[in-house]
Each structure stands twice: as C-alpha cells, then as structure tokens.
Design a binder for this molecule. Structure first.
Ligand code: MRU
Length: 352
C-alpha cells in the first residue's frame, strides 16, 4: 500500500483564484463525484450535508472556505478585509457544532488575519491562502505521526474494530484511527479489520470498508448491533476509533455508537484506543459534559437515501455524536505519542 492509493478528501486546485475539489462523500462508494467549491456558501453547504466530514477534514474545509469567502472582497483597506474574515468565520462556525477542529481552524484563520504583518489587501489574501494550505499539510503530517505512534499496538493476526470513518476521507492523508493500521500494513503486518456500518449515515459501511479494501487490507462489515456478539466470539483484540473533540480529562466525543462500543470493549477486556491529532483536543472543557452534541434531522433516521424506512409520523432520537468517558479509554494515540493511562495531568502536560 502507498498513500497514493488512498482517496484525497480535499484539495485546493490552482492558485488563489482556483477552487476546492472534494469527493462528495454522500455518494460513495457507488459514485466518485467531485464537488468544486468556488464560494463560501457552497463550502458551508458541503460541510453541513457531510459531503466533506470527519473532524480534521472539516477543519481543513473551513480554513479553505475562509479563503473562498474573502478572496473576491473588493473593499480597498485592510481593516475591511479583516472584518470580512471575522464575518466569514462566524458564518462557517454555524455549519456543524461538535468537531472542535472546525473552530480551531477558524481561530487559526482569524489569528492569521489579525496578526500577519502584511503589505496590503492582496498580501493578506495570499497569507490566508498559505495558512489554509498549511493547515492541510500539518494535518497530513500529524496523521503520519499518529500512525507511527500507534502502529506497535497492532499485532499480526489480530482482529481490530474501528467505528465510523476516521481514515483518509476524514483527514488530509492517512487518517487518525486508520493511520496505525496503514503504517502496520506498510510494515508487513497482516490483520483483520471489523467495521460496524455506523447508522444512521453508514460512514463505516460506505466509507471505511471502501477505503480499507482499496488499500488491500482484510475488512469485514457488520451491523452496529452485532458488535457484542463479535466480541463475545473472541474475534476482536483491539478497538481504535477517531474523535471529534477530546476534553481536558480525556472524555471523548465521537460518532453516535462509539460509547456503546467502549462499554462492550470494557465488558470483554478489550483495549479501547482513541486516535486524534492535537487539533481535536479542547482543553477549555474540563470534561465531556460541555461538548455540544449535534442533533441532525429525523429524516436521517426515518429515511435512507431519500426512501422512507419507518412510519411517516414516528418520533426519533437523533444525536450525531456521543461522549465516551475517559475511564473507558485505554489510551489516546496522538501525533505526540500515546497517552496511557488517560489522565488530565498527562493530557495537559502534552498539549498545554
Ligand atoms: O458525522 P461525521 O461523519 O463527520 O463524524 C465523523 C466521526 O465521528 C469520526 O469518527 C471523527 O470525526 C474522527 S475523524 C478522523
């Protein structure tokens, strides 16, 4: 496997007057169609509709969205351009609430606008563009570092369960949860990956199986409700998931269903790891109770690809994420190394 076999979730094509190309992840794996984003409204919509999704990829998309939103700004002075950056960031911040990478990226763009020693409006636009590309490049580097930090956890012949999609499609390159698997595979180790479908939008079934099987990795799909049975059968030796936001004490928000997997892993004595870059840590929150959990439309539960699968007027419960308490997490695989056991002291020492 080489990184060239992995899908490119998001790219900037051309110069500052170019566009953002993204795979429309809502159509995978049946169709591989590119979306061309040339304005910030299209980017907001792509983030909201999950055409681009996964915490780090959303951050990169938001940063590129800021550039799209200000590059045609014709106001002549720097102060107006800086105000425009602020209003575009406020707008993009309303697209999705849970993944902290989005807010981290927008803050980075705001700081760039406010702090950059610039010669004029055109120079600031160039600096913002370079900053957005830098966020993408840094994410690719952090994915590789996560992979190298966590690959030793993977032994030949193991059954490894992951959840949702925390791979190349969710990041700039190797992914987070999938990065240790890709690096272990590059290093010659062979193992079996189990992927629950991840209702309601099936990121596991549609995206993770697609990504892993294209990379040559042995992958098996199951329904979310089969995880307990699979673990009871002794087929899982390790769990690695991604994260959308990690509080200072290690409580972790990730795709709805992750908490259930963590409880089952504890019951069966299976190590449960979370893989994430520094940009997913939110040290402003003491614990997971302060994490905003996105509620999505009931239609995502009552329908599948536009077709109803439930009675028309049924009530629905539809949080998109849940919080796994730190006590259920064996370790955090980060781009600066593995935090194990997970304690507030270790987390703050690493990221303060
Ligand atoms: O709603 P999504 O598809 O954006 O949710 C994505 C997840 O929950 C991922 O597991 C998480 O963002 C980790 S991405 C490397």
């Amino acid at each position: 496997m080489t990184t060239s076999t992995l899908p490119k979730s998001i790219e900037w094509v051309g110069g500052l007057d170019g566009y953002v190309a993204m795979i429309d992840q809502t159509l995978l794996p049946q169709q591989t169609r590119l979306i061309e984003c040339r304005d910030v409204e299209t980017m907001w919509d792509a983030i909201k509709r999950l055409c681009i999704r996964g915490a780090p990829a959303i951050g990169i998309a938001a940063a590129m969205g800021v550039v799209l939103g200000v590059r045609d700004c014709s106001e002549g002075d720097l102060a107006s351009l800086r105000m425009k950056v602020g209003s575009v960031c406020d707008y993009l911040a309303t697209s999705r609430p849970t993944a902290v990478n989005l807010f981290w990226a927008l803050n980075t763009m705001r700081k760039c606008a406010d702090a950059a020693a610039v010669e004029g409006v055109d120079d600031l636009k160039q600096k913002l563009w370079q900053q957005a590309l830098g966020i993408r490049d840094d994410d690719a580097r952090m994915c590789r570092a996560i992979g190298e930090a966590g690959e030793h956890l993977i032994q030949p012949g193991q059954g490894i369960l992951t959840y949702c999609n925390a791979g190349a499609l969710a990041t700039a390159e190797l992914g987070t949860a999938l990065a240790p698997m890709y690096v272990a595979y590059e290093n010659g180790r062979r193992f079996q990956v189990y992927v629950p479908e991840t209702r309601p939008l099936l990121q596991g079934a549609r995206l993770t199986t697609y990504e892993l099987s294209n990379a040559g990795i042995d992958v098996t799909l199951l329904c979310d409700g089969m995880v307990g049975s699979l673990m009871q059968a002794g087929r899982v030796q390790l769990v690695i998931t991604g994260a959308d936001r990690i509080a200072a004490n290690g409580d972790t928000a990730n795709k709805i269903g992750t908490y259930s997997v963590a409880v089952l892993a504890r019951e069966h004595g299976i190590p449960f790891y979370v893989a994430a870059p520094g940009t997913t840590f939110d040290l402003s929150l003491a614990d997971g109770s302060g994490i905003a959990i996105e509620e999505r439309s009931a239609e995502e539960v009552t329908h599948y690809r536009g077709k109803p699968v439930a009675p028309e007027t049924i009530k629905c419960y539809c949080p998109a994420f849940d919080v796994t308490p730190a006590r259920l997490i064996t370790g955090l695989i980060t781009d600066r190394g593995v935090i194990e056991p997970v304690t507030c002291e270790k987390i703050t020492r690493m990221w303060a």
